[in-house]
Design a protein around this ligand. Structure first.
Ligand SMILES: [Zn+2]
Length: 475
């Protein structure tokens, strides 16, 4: 290639919100549905005469997202109808926001190998999702479970310059939205349209833009951007084809993009204000209430954790799961050490769950219970082994930690005389092992140590017991 090119990318990201009901009716979110069309009512299936009723929680989550992305929050926000016909859209229009979106003018710093750059957020708007078409045999079926599930769409300015920046940005959104309880961002709940063009380096003008629609895997997005950018560069450099503004789809198998249709303009949708929904006014009081509930920004949170010695790997685990983060923060608030607590949760609890084929998502320990166990260990009432035993019982059968500790005799304070007598007893009961040990079989010590620990029911400091045992046997 003779010329150097610059890639210019803008992103529209649709994120499904974690609300208990749909955006304009009381049907459950579609994840609650088991069968097609079992989360549907006259309103969300577009029956004549039904009116939408705004879900307040959607506004709060959209504002929280806006605050996290450093946006201005619109105090006056309205809905518009976007008209088009498709079988998965029962009203033949989608309720969305065109004229007065809920958030505008945000900014997200994105850090890559090329340094940190600010990506400007043009706007965030609220809208409803469409249904789903299912094709089988000679028929097509429509499932309205997803119809009217609340979405926010985050629209950036064309500020990305590489696929790497896009992927870092998307991962950052995912962490933020999970930590903020905005969305679980599970597979398919975060979908992107990528606008891409290419221009000679140093040029101020934008090249011809194409849009790759509806991708949810970050890996596919990265491949699609790389393929499409190369296609544009080849077209400019070698005149292999003439670029047109169009919508394309990415085929995951071939790794190529294909034209779908010429790009519609806004005029094609005949937007007009939705007279069925009142404008929403966000007053100071409501905004302050939402602000007060907003979790700390992901960057701030990561810094806070790093400062108390939590490892990068643990921080990444915490930031991707707001439930774990809340458990850690709440346990620390009850007086436990943060680094230590992180290890109890991310190593010990995770290990116990893994044995049962479960993940940390299924952890149901409360901060109160966890802090009780940690404090018993920290105060020296029990050793860490005993603490872990209690934790296992708590995680697996939700027992009361204090009662369980008493019941199992784990709280016995073993002074050295108690340990002494246990060791003497074990030695006198196992003359053969003692003889083996004195004849150079080091392994025999392990068996005796095991017998002592069994006798002490896991209490006492293992290092001290081992040392004492060794001393006595060498006599
Ligand atoms: Zn409904």
């Amino acid at each position: 290639m003779n010329m150097n090119y610059e890639i210019v990318i803008g992103l529209e990201t649709h994120v499904e919100l974690s609300t208990e009901s749909k955006i304009f009716c009381s049907c459950g979110g579609h994840s609650a549905a088991n069968e097609p069309n079992d989360c549907v009512c006259p309103a969300c299936s577009g029956m004549p005469g039904m009116l939408p009723v705004m879900n307040k929680r959607v506004v709060e989550l959209a504002v929280t997202a806006g605050l996290m992305l450093n946006c201005e929050i619109s105090r006056y926000t309205t809905f518009d109808k976007k008209n088009y016909y498709y079988p998965d859209l029962p009203c033949a229009y989608q309720i969305t926001q065109l004229n007065h979106p809920i958030c505008t003018n945000g900014c997200v710093p994105v850090k890559t190998s090329a340094g940190t750059r600010d990506i400007r957020i043009k706007q965030i708007h609220m809208e409803e999702d469409a249904g789903k078409l299912v094709h089988g045999g000679n028929s097509s079926f429509v499932d309205f479970n997803r119809t009217s599930v609340p979405l926010i769409e985050i629209v950036t300015q064309p500020d990305f310059r590489s696929a790497e920046e896009v992927v870092v940005y998307l991962n950052k959104l995912k962490s933020m939205f999970r930590s903020g309880g905005i969305s679980e961002c599970e597979e398919g709940a975060m979908r992107c349209d990528v606008n891409i063009s290419v221009r000679p380096e140093g040029s101020e003008e934008f090249g011809v833009r194409t849009e790759i629609k509806n991708m949810s895997s970050f890996e596919a997005i990265e491949r699609a951007i790389k393929y499409e950018a190369q296609r544009h560069m080849d077209a400019l450099e070698y005149e292999t084809e003439s670029l047109v503004q169009e919508t394309r789809r990415f085929d995951d198998v071939s790794g190529k993009t294909f034209a779908m249709r010429n790009k519609e303009t806004e005029a094609d949708y005949r937007y007009f204000p939705d007279a069925n929904l009142m404008p929403i006014v966000i007053d100071d009081e409501w905004l302050e209430e939402i602000k007060a509930k907003k979790p700390a920004a992901v960057d701030e949170k990561a810094e806070e954790y790093a400062a108390v010695g939590i490892s990068d790997k643990e921080i990444a685990m915490l930031l991707s799961n707001h439930k774990l983060m809340a458990l850690l923060d709440d346990t620390v608030a009850l007086g436990c050490n943060p680094k230590d607590t992180a290890s109890w949760i991310l190593t010990d609890c995770a290990g116990i769950l893994r044995k049962d084929g479960k993940t940390l998502n299924e952890l149901e320990v409360t901060a109160q219970t966890l802090s009780t166990i940690i404090k018993m260990v920290d105060s020296g009432d029990i050793n860490r082994n005993a603490g872990k035993k209690i934790l296992i019982a708590v995680v697996e059968s939700n027992v009361d930690p204090v009662a369980y500790c008493k019941e199992q005799g784990l709280d016995k304070k073993f002074d050295s005389s108690a340990i002494d007598s246990v060791i003497d007893k074990v030695i006198s009961e196992n003359p053969k092992a003692v003889e083996d040990f004195n004849n150079g079989k080091v392994k025999a010590l392990q068996a005796l140590f095991g017998a002592c620990m069994k006798e002490l029911r896991g209490a006492g400091d293992p290092a001290v017991i081992k040392e004492l045992l060794e001393k006595k046997m060498s006599k």
